[in-house]
Design a protein around this ligand. Structure first.
Ligand SMILES: Oc1ccccc1-c1ccno1
Length: 248
């Protein structure tokens, strides 16, 4: 997979060259391009924003630099991937489609993502309209809160998608048995020492009975999801889900 990120703060994306994602980049499992939007300005002040038409607070990111930046990214990416390959542009935005594990799994199957990190009050909407003439465009939100810009959101999306790519995670099992991989929160987890500050690991986990362990983890996962994220249960109770399990 190739991932390009466009930002006025390219250094903000440096964490993508560390740890798990950094190793995937170093090993060529993930090709990462970070582009400074200001490299596509032509005035002495390297202007990327202007006042919004119709009034309103703050400044908006103006189309020309974005148009040139995305033209450049498209040309560079096609030179590497082939003229037939189209990017999927993800525009980080509080007004975007909600990013979740299902979207991460869908995006991990794509060959090329371009992430646009807006700042100020956002990006002139014609940038998205123009880009949609060439390829898919999806505004993406990582949650219902407001950030100063899209860079933090881009870090979240690239990490959540990148870790799903083949060969990036050492233990493929960890992708399967984790929160949200099956629509539920994962059960509590424990490791050595078996007793710590008067707190003991649940006996079932040291019983050696794999069926009992799987049952205990499922029960704990349902209980924790019902307590913390009832929205993930889609109106069903943990007992309903439990009955479903017993039925299969
Ligand atoms: O709040 C934002 C500002 C700019 C770009 C993205 C965001 C955002 C908020 C939540 N997800 O993305």
């Amino acid at each position: 997979m190739r991932v390009d990120v466009v930002s006025v703060f390219p250094d903000y994306l440096e964490p993508l060259r560390l740890s798990l994602i950094g190793r995937a980049v170093a090993r060529g499992r993930l090709r990462l391009g970070v582009h400074d939007l200001r490299a596509f300005t032509h005035d002495v002040h390297r202007t990327v924003d202007d006042a919004p038409f119709g009034g309103g607070a703050g400044m908006l990111m103006t189309p020309p630099p974005w148009g040139e930046a995305l033209d450049h990214v498209r040309a560079e990416g096609r030179a590497q991937l082939g003229e037939h390959v189209e990017p999927h542009l993800l525009v980080m935005s509080p007004a975007g489609v909600r990013f979740d594990q299902a979207m991460a799994e869908d995006l991990a199957r794509e060959p090329w993502l371009v992430l646009a990190c807006g700042r100020y009050e956002g990006i002139d909407d014609r940038v998205l309209t123009d880009a949609a003439r060439h390829h898919r465009v999806t505004p993406v939100s990582i949650g219902d809160y407001v950030l100063a810009g899209g860079e933090a959101a881009a870090l979240v999306v690239v990490e959540a998608v990148g870790r799903l790519l083949p060969g990036v995670l050492g233990n493929s099992a960890s992708v399967v048995e984790e929160s949200h991989s099956e629509g539920l929160l994962e059960a509590p987890a424990y490791t050595r020492p078996a007793s710590w500050r008067g707190l003991d690991v649940p006996d079932v986990l040291t019983s050696g009975d794999h069926a009992r362990v799987a049952r205990w983890r499922r029960d704990e996962s349902l209980r924790r999801t019902a307590a913390r994220r009832p929205d993930l249960l889609g109106g069903r109770s943990a007992a309903d889900l439990d009955r479903h399990d017993l039925a299969v």
